[in-house]
Every structure is written in C-alpha cells, then in structure tokens.
Design a binder for this molecule. Structure first.
Ligand code: SAH
Length: 401
C-alpha cells in the first residue's frame, strides 16, 4: 500500500528491479524478465497493470504483468501520471496512425508494430478499410475491447478480424483463436499496392494474411527485371512475381510449397492481367532448385524469400544452413550478370550475419557479387534503436557475376 495515494494508485502493486539491473530497461526497452525483479509490494493478478521501480526506488514505468510468462512485465508508459485506460489505447493508436501518414503510408500499413509503437505484443495491420489484430500477450489481450473501440472511433472500418491463431500465445497461457471483432464481413478482400491488386484471405492467409513488410522492397526490383526470365521461390501469393511482370519481365515462375498460396498467386495473376507471363507451381523449393541446378537451368533473375527456418536462438545454426543452402542454389541458377534478390525475415539472424551467409554461399558457388540494394522492412514497421529485435527483415539485391 502507498500511503496517501488515491484509490487507483492504492491498488496498484509495485515491483522493484534487482540491484544492477536496469540499463537496458532505463534506456527504453519495455521488457522486464522474471529474474530481473526483486522485491514487490502488494499483490497482482495476471494481466494487471503494475508499477516498476529501480532498486533504489525511482519510478521506471507502468506495464502489464503476467507471472506465467518469462517476460514478467511489459512496460506501456514511463509517465507516472499516465493512467492505462481506454483513452490511453485510443491515443496510442491515433498517434501511430498519424506517424504512418506522416511517413507516407495511407492505404495499407502495419498500424501498430508492438514494442516499436510502445504497445508491446500488439500487432494491427490495416488493409485499406479492414483491420487484422494480434494480441500476443495476456496483458494486452485484456484490452482488446478498448483497442477495437479505438479503431472503430478513428477509422469507422468495414471490418476488424482477430488472427490470434499463433503458438506464441500459449507461452502466455492464452488459447489460439481467430474470429470477427466487428460485425461479420466478407474476409476475401483486395488491396492495392504499387499500382497492382492483390487478393488477401484474412481468415486463412499466412500471419495476418499479407506481408506488408516487403511493400517497399517489391518496388526495388523495378530496374532489374525488364525483359528478364524470372524465378521466384517461396513466392506465397506471388506478390514479387506480379511486380516483376508489372516492371516488364518476359516470364515469371513462382514456387511455393502451399497449394493455397499458389492458387491465390494464380488468381492474382488473372486479377492483374498477367496470366500469360506469371506461372506458379506448388512444390518444395529446396528439392526443385537442387534438381534444376544439376540440370543446368539458368534465369536472369532469381528471387528468394524463405521462411524463418527457426524461431529460437538455440536453433540458429539451422537457419544459417538453410539460408546458405538456398542462396547457393539461387546463385547457381542465376546467369552470369544476372541478379539475385534475397531476403531473411527473422531477427535471430542480424544483418551482418545475413551478409556473411550470402558471402559464404557466393564463395561456394565461385561467383562474385556486386551489391545493388541493401535494405530492411518498410518503415511502417519502425525500428527502435534501443529495441534491437524490432529490426528483423533483411532485403538484398546483388548482381551475380
Ligand atoms: N515473398 C512473400 C512472402 C514469402 S513467406 C511475400 O512477400 O508475400 C515464405 C513462403 O515460403 C510461404 O508462403 C511458405 O508457404 C513458403 N515455403 C515454406 N517452405 C517452403 C518450401 N520448402 N518450398 C517452397 N515454399 C516454401
């Protein structure tokens, strides 16, 4: 109990960081792990808002608490006077939207990118008038009602859908689930990007249905695909393939292991009038690329955007091997003077490590590389310098000499 506080503050429990813990947290990182906490005052239930203090007793911030999670507290504010209530979420979402508009994202964007928007474990993707939400921790899940109300108020959307069918929720003691958070609507929507149209299946698509993080990178292939024969492996719904056709490719072959993705890719080709240029096959890219290398096939441009290969640091070697293997094959399939477009979407492989892997693949392929483009996720997925994991996407174009 805090003597003299008002009723609200009276009930809020206090947690103290252990001695010598704090730099990362004081410098802006919102996560506090169980082993970083020492004393506490008062009792807190899972999902409650609690106050955090340094060892010596200075106020650090307020956040939500979950004793079942290794990340015991995630901070929402550093302001002692800011109350965490419906208004807090409204203001945070409104400000994130203003920022997206300021940096040029109007129609589609990742509206909330969790920690990078000071709303840990919350993801909201905006696909024109439709919104897809993920609440990946208990303490944010409890505010789902307030979050939906804020979206209704700011955007008056045509639909809001929850894609909480994500295993990470189980670490928080939450069930996997998906469903409408607004009145039901037709969840097969079309979005516009760079002058093209794409089908998005909000209910059954991967993650939130569409990979907005590559929206700017898709434009980066503009000058290298003209009159080219292009191969895209791990194409999902064919977004890069469609851009290649749009920018003048002669032929495009897209490969993905998912029948569903390939079917949508074909429908995207029809939607954009590229069904004669873009063909898609549902195959395992590892097997097929290996076979085509031995058969001596060659393409002007090879594009690769494989899945993360691992979700844990312990398994990092698996990711390194996977990236090296697939890029080695990609390079071998690229004509001398052709281009390799390659990406990696996990923060477990930092940018320098990714470049090292590509370098090793080039050495094994006995090819020299000339760098064309080296960038990251679209800036509607902000990178906070004091939260290194907010940078996760690597995107590289090299000429393969
Ligand atoms: N570039 C895409 C996203 C790719 S996500 C976009 O911007 O929209 C990675 C894709 O790899 C997924 O669609 C997944 O189905 C596919 N995939 C995973 N393993 C595969 C394999 N062994 N062979 C082919 N595709 C695979």
């Amino acid at each position: 109990m805090i003597a003299g506080g008002n009723h609200y503050f009276c009930r809020m429990s206090k947690f103290f960081l252990r001695k010598k813990i704090g730099d990362r947290i004081i410098n802006g990182h919102p996560w506090i792990f169980g082993n970083e906490l020492g004393d506490s005052e008062g009792t807190a239930d899972a999902g409650d808002i609690v106050e955090v203090y340094s060892y010596s007793g200075s106020f650090v911030g307020k956040g939500y608490y979950n004793p079942a999670s290794q990340i015991r507290i995630r901070l929402l504010t550093r302001d002692k006077n800011e109350e965490i209530n419906d208004e807090f979420f409204y203001k945070a979402i409104k400000s994130a939207w203003e920022y997206r508009q300021q940096i040029g994202y109007v129609e589609n964007c990742r509206l909330i990118f969790g920690e990078a928007d000071q709303l840990p474990a919350l993801i909201i993707d905006k696909f024109n008038d439709y919104f897809v939400i993920q609440t990946l921790a208990l303490g944010i899940d409890k505010w789902k009602g307030a979050i939906v109300a804020a979206l209704e108020k700011i955007f008056n959307p045509k639909g809001i859908y929850e894609r909480n069918d994500v295993p990470v929720r189980e670490l928080e003691g939450l069930p996997q689930q998906k469903g409408f958070l607004s009145a039901p609507f037709d969840t097969n929507i079309i979005l516009n990007e760079n002058g093209l149209k794409f089908h998005v299946d909000i209910v059954n698509g991967q993650k939130t249905g569409y990979f907005l993080d590559q929206q700017d990178n898709r434009r980066a292939i503009q000058h290298i695909v003209k009159d080219a024969n292009v191969l895209e492996a791990f194409c999902y719904t064919g977004t890069f393939s469609m851009h290649a056709a749009h920018y003048g490719a002669k032929s495009v072959l897209g490969l993905d292991i998912s029948e569903n993705a390939v079917n949508t890719a074909r429908r995207n080709a029809e939607l954009n009038g590229f069904e004669d240029i873009c063909k898609f096959d549902a195959v395992n890219a590892f097997d097929v690329l290996k076979k085509w290398v031995t058969e001596g096939k060659r393409y002007d441009v090879v594009m690769l955007d494989p899945p993360a290969f691992t979700k844990s640091r312990e398994n990092i070697q698996k990711a390194i091997t996977g990236y090296k293997e697939i890029n080695l094959r990609g390079m071998k399939l690229t004509k001398p003077g052709g281009f390799l477009v390659t990406a990696s979407c996990t923060n477990l492989v930092p940018p320098e490590m990714f470049l090292d892997i590509i370098g090793m693949a080039a050495k094994d392929a006995r090819r020299k590389l000339r760098q064309v483009t080296w960038q990251t996720q679209a800036s509607d997925h902000p990178i906070l310098w004091n939260i290194p994991t907010t940078q996760y996407l690597k995107f590289l174009i090299v000429q393969v000499l």
